[in-house]
Design a protein. Sequence first.
Length: 196
Amino acid sequence: FISHFIQRELNPAHIQSIVVDTINSQMGKFNVHQIFEKKINYIDVSFAITSSKILGGRWIAYDKEDFSGSQYVLEEGTYPNFSAMGCPSQTNLKSLYVINIKLSEPIIVLFEKEGFKGKKIEFTTEILNLQFQGYNPQIVSIQNLSGMWVIYEYSNYRRHQMLLSSNEIPDWYKLSCYHQTGSLHTLLQKHIYFRI
């Protein structure tokens, strides 16, 4: 495991594309590790994920096969348990997808009525608690003008979450089944430097 990772990390061809996810699974009394470097549409039931460490990139974990069901967005870092991943304790993760980030300034517009009507609010930064900031949490339509956003059902980045790339959603409830929107944040983009 260690030599494989070091070899990949030091290879100049992989400097920009290192995306490695290690996942631990409790199988009996043994701690099993598996490395994922690309999307996987089916994780065998015999490999029950209990924790993960994201070494590079960003991933979406799904509780159903073929990238469906509830989404759990995982950025670089260590996730020792389901709670840290934002998952309910009985979750079985079934598929993983690598998120490709497009460089852009994040802008999202939330509307109180279907079809982009009614009062609108525009954000360019994270909101930890929409209602505490004085906004109505009953969001009905969304225009994600740029950037990638993670929308959470409750405040403080809790409960169900969904990743949005640039698009328009005229009926948010129909897509998400969320009765409210509590918090949201952008996926952070790494600084990229060019030498000329």
